[in-house]
Design a protein around this ligand. Structure first.
Ligand code: SF4
Ligand code: SF4
Length: 165
């Protein structure tokens, strides 16, 4: 785990009130992610099982800044992993029956990425209104996470500004 992750965790843990909005946005995003997860899994179960070029390679298991803020705001640690896996090797979190992590613990790219065959399957499965609802939920997750990052940056700037005075 990098220093940046530790400092984000420390900042949020030691300034609970200042990061109340960040934590609220993260909790909202987590609820939406877990709510849409069974739907996504229904589609991946039908399509990914036949895939010959599985996209779960190790490069995609990296947690970016927004993932690290998200987990820290929820009081969760970034899942540990050995650092020596090749970027193009199967993802360290990939098990025999798919991803071993709960969806909200995965990097967010693992939730919003749909390859063309998967997306075609999703479109074919839904009536237009249900498809729009599905896409709206994904959009809401992205917007909520974007708000979470803004909340975090605002609170962080206030704290750092306060320290300089
Ligand atoms: S999302 Fe697409 S590329 Fe990735 S494992 Fe499933 S079918 Fe394969
Ligand atoms: S869905 Fe899971 S196994 Fe696939 S890349 Fe993401 S973390 Fe790795």
């Amino acid at each position: 785990m990098g220093t940046a992750t530790k400092s984000i965790q420390h900042l949020i843990a030691t300034h609970g009130t200042a990061f109340a909005d960040t934590r609220r946005s993260a909790a909202e995003a987590m609820e939406l992610i877990e709510a849409i997860s069974p739907d996504i899994e229904r589609h991946t179960a039908a399509i990914c099982i036949y895939c010959t070029g599985v996209c779960c390679i190790d490069r995609h298991s990296h947690y970016d800044l927004s993932d690290r803020i998200f987990l820290a705001a929820l009081g969760l640690a970034v899942p540990e992993y050995a650092s020596k896996t090749e970027e193009t090797a199967p993802c360290r979190f990939l098990g025999n029956c798919g991803c071993t992590l709960r969806r909200s613990l995965r990097p967010y790219r693992c939730t919003w990425f749909f390859c063309a065959p998967l997306l075609d399957h999703i479109v074919a499965q839904y009536a237009p209104s249900a498809y729009r609802r599905f896409m709206r939920t994904l959009q809401a997750i992205t917007e909520t996470r974007t708000r979470m990052i803004c909340d975090f940056e605002e609170a962080e700037a206030k704290i750092r500004g306060g320290r300089r005075r």
